[in-house]
Ligand binder design. Structure first.
Ligand code: SF4
Ligand code: SF4
Length: 357
């Protein structure tokens, strides 16, 4: 095997070994079994006899340095100074002495970090950047998550769901949050309004035309200046033209809404990966607490908790009971907007072979 080097690499995933707890590095690939002693705690036993307890706690993801220092102090005190963050912004502490597990849980909960998110609990919400980092959001994904997890605290620290529940929040329709059992995604309901004075200076018009999935954008001359026009009958309000051309303003406090999708799954454990499907649309984008979104998510979770069989993920449960029963049991209204089987996609989608960016 080639010698491992730790030179700085500016792209791709960094080498995790230098940052790994020494007992985990030593036993890498040599674990004999693992189990789940209680919510928020995983136990691993290695062939060498070494033991590791992993304690998982929820964080607010966007943290000031006081919070990061607090979490690091807890790591120094109980976990030999080693931590790792999961993709869902949980922090994990690895402990090699079983007697330290309960004091670590106490230190975390006393400092306001709930311990949970393992096995059949509701995990933390994977969320996209929101207003702080990205330049195109129609809502603040991080804010939605904070409001939602305040409501779902009980289901994070307890394992009462039929199986794991993964949630995600995405602040535009590009949905870089990915698939989830329940996904909360911005939904634009009006075509973009074009600021024609800026288009010629700011936008590369051919790339904007190529970006539209339904070929609704055409070059146009407006007031003698090169600009663009949108065929509003074709436009599906996806927002894809806004990132390469900000003068095509689509975010709007009234008409940018929030939709809820269910049944997505990335893994192929027990059943194949699936795409989530729309179940509630047109919910108000109501910062700072998004109560209407929270009510819909809670309704879906409560129904799944009561009706799902052990080990059924959200998509398995819906497959078993069928979509009519899903809408009946959750009480969510089924409307014409829920029906789209893309049978007309050949003629309505942009199927040309030219390169898009
Ligand atoms: S979901 Fe959209 S707006 Fe939010 S971070 Fe991803 S690309 Fe940016
Ligand atoms: S890219 Fe999307 S929002 Fe923009 S014109 Fe095309 S369909 Fe409408």
């Amino acid at each position: 095997m080639a010698e491992r080097t730790h030179d700085t690499i500016e792209s791709g995933a960094p080498d995790p070994m230098p940052y790994m707890h020494p007992v985990m590095a030593k036993n890498y690939g040599k674990w004999v079994f693992h189990n789940h002693p209680k919510p928020g705690v995983l136990y691993h036993k290695a062939a060498s006899g070494d033991e590791v307890w992993t304690v998982k706690a929820g964080t607010q993801r966007q943290m000031d340095h006081y919070t990061v220092r607090k979490l690091a102090d807890i790591a120094d005190q109980f976990a030999d100074g080693y931590v790792r963050f999961t993709t869902r912004s949980n922090i994990e502490y690895m402990v090699t002495d079983g007697a330290k597990v309960e004091p670590l849980i106490k230190a975390l909960t006393d400092n306001g970090f709930p311990v949970g998110g393992t096995a059949n609990s509701v995990s933390m919400v994977a969320h996209t950047q929101g207003w702080l980092h990205c330049d195109i959001p129609g809502t603040d994904a991080s804010g939605v998550v904070k409001a939602l997890m305040d409501d779902l605290y009980h289901d994070f620290v307890n394992c009462e769901m039929p199986n794991r529940v993964k949630l995600s929040t995405s602040c535009c329709e590009i949905n870089c949050g990915g698939q989830a059992d329940i996904a909360i995604i911005v939904q634009h309901t009006k075509p973009p309004k074009i600021n024609h004075d800026l288009v010629a200076n700011v936008c590369e018009r051919p790339s904007v035309v190529a970006r539209c999935p339904v070929a609704a954008i055409r070059p146009a001359l407006v007031n003698g200046k090169p600009s663009l026009e949108v065929d509003e009958k074709k436009c599906i309000c996806c927002g894809a033209c806004f990132p390469p051309c900000p003068p095509m303003q689509i975010n709007d406090p009234e008409n940018s809404k929030i939709a809820v999708w269910v049944g997505g799954k990335n893994s192929n454990a027990r059943s194949r990966p699936t795409f989530h499907k729309l179940v509630a649309s047109g919910l108000p984008n109501n910062a700072p607490r998004w109560p209407e979104v929270g009510a819909v998510v809670k309704k879906i979770l409560d129904t799944y908790k009561a009706d799902g069989r052990p080990w059924e993920r959200m998509n398995d449960w819906i497959d078993r009971i069928g979509w009519p029963a899903f809408f009946e049991k959750t009480g969510l209204p089924f409307t014409k907007y829920h029906v789209d089987n893309w049978r007309g996609g050949r003629s309505s989608l942009n199927a040309s072979a030219h390169i898009r960016f």
